[in-house]
Design a protein around this ligand. Structure first.
Ligand code: ADP
Length: 351
């Protein structure tokens, strides 16, 4: 498998305007799935198009397996591409669609047929080779798009929101499926998504994009556990950022306090990232607040919304800060609180 290295890529669409991609460098390790994660407009698709050769950069280089291919044509890069819209040829059968890239490369008929069979098996659509795209479900069409991209034995697979047009259930199913497919093929893959759950679940390496620049790059666990900036913290994991000061080794955030980082000095201003599961809610009994280890504080339930097995609660602290909290459904039901009610917020001691 091949690694991809992007060096100081810059791309402007309007002369003198803000670059869509600005001095971007990162590495996609060989044989891994790397995701480009970020909000819409962050420059993710543009980077993919620069790597594919569909756009030329104003500055910077693209190295595939150590070879500079910034100037190479799309065809000579040996890349398979799958976009959000299926982009299958409607007037061709599934088999003909998968064979398309092989025919362009003038493979022999028997070689092509054998490869198409192999690809149909790989994407588990052996029975549907004779159908037309219009006779398939969205998920099946996207699997054909993968088969077509992989048929040419690409060095690199580029995926731009490949499941973005599908409903949630199919998207989650195909996510699992892509993971399996990747285990089987081992092809170096670069996936663009704005879905943090998809990125954290599927990839071994994550590059977070913000406004045309790399905000942070690293393994999913590192990005989640040690976000480098408030933007990364809030984008990955819905984390709230609270400001406070260090006093006697604790970071005081209004009336909440948590252990301060070892390097923090007395009186220093600190920002603390509070993840949705970091805060525990305790019912206020008869107006009495029992101080927890981290200084439980009376807070107000601004809003809440059940999502799956969790309830997402927006909490207003006495300091005026709001914090997003996730509480297991059964725990929330036991609290029996309504919007506007008062609860105590305590930081879980584990963190
Ligand atoms: P993302 O994939 O993260 O949503 P894009 O790479 O599509 O972001 O876009 C980054 C920025 O570049 C956006 O501001 C977008 O409007 C602009 N842009 C992308 N493609 C073009 C284009 N062909 N012409 C002009 N502007 C473009």
């Amino acid at each position: 498998a091949m690694s991809v290295v992007v060096e100081s890529l810059t791309k402007r669409f309007t002369a003198g305007g803000t670059p869509a991609v600005s001095d971007v460098s990162f590495q996609a390790p060989a044989g891994a799935i790397t995701t480009l994660l970020g909000p819409s407009g962050a420059g993710k698709s543009t980077i993919l198009r620069l790597i594919a050769g569909l756009e030329l950069p104003d500055a910077g280089r693209v190295l595939i397996d150590g070879v500079d291919c910034t100037e190479l044509s799309v065809q000579r890069r040996g890349i398979g591409v799958v976009f959000q819209s299926y982009a299958l040829f409607k007037h061709m059968t599934v088999r003909e669609n998968i064979a398309f890239g092989l025919n362009v490369r003038k493979q022999s008929r028997s070689e092509t047929e054998a490869r198409v069979d192999e690809m149909l098996k790989l994407v588990q659509l052996e029975e549907l080779g004779h159908r037309y795209p219009g006779q398939l479900s969205g998920g099946q069409r996207q699997r054909v798009a993968f088969a077509r991209a992989l048929a040419i034995r690409p060095k690199l697979l580029l995926l731009d929101e490949p499941f973005g047009a599908l409903d949630t259930r199919v998207r989650v199913e195909l996510r699992e499926w892509l993971h399996e497919l990747h285990v089987q093929t081992g092809v170096t893959t670069l996936l663009v998504t704005h879905d943090q759950e998809e990125a954290l679940e599927i990839s071994q390496h994550v590059v977070i994009m913000e406004a045309g620049r790399v905000a942070q790059a690293g393994p999913p666990a590192e990005i989640y556990d040690r976000p480098a900036t408030p933007f990364v913290a809030s984008f990955v994991g819905g984390t709230s950022v609270l400001s406070g000061h260090v006093r006697e080794g604790r970071a005081h955030l209004g009336s909440l306090h948590v252990a301060a980082p070892a390097t923090a000095r007395e009186g220093e201003a600190v920002r603390v990232f509070v993840r949705p599961h970091d805060i525990k809610l305790v019912k206020t009994v008869g107006g009495n607040h029992v101080n927890g280890a981290n200084g439980a504080v009376p807070s107000r339930v601004e809003r809440f919304k059940p999502v799956g097995g969790y309830v997402k609660v927006l909490l207003k602290l006495p300091s005026g800060d709001t914090v997003a909290v996730e509480v297991p459904r059964s725990e929330f039901d036991q609290l029996g609180v309504a919007e506007g009610d008062s609860v105590q917020a305590d930081v879980r001691t584990a963190s």
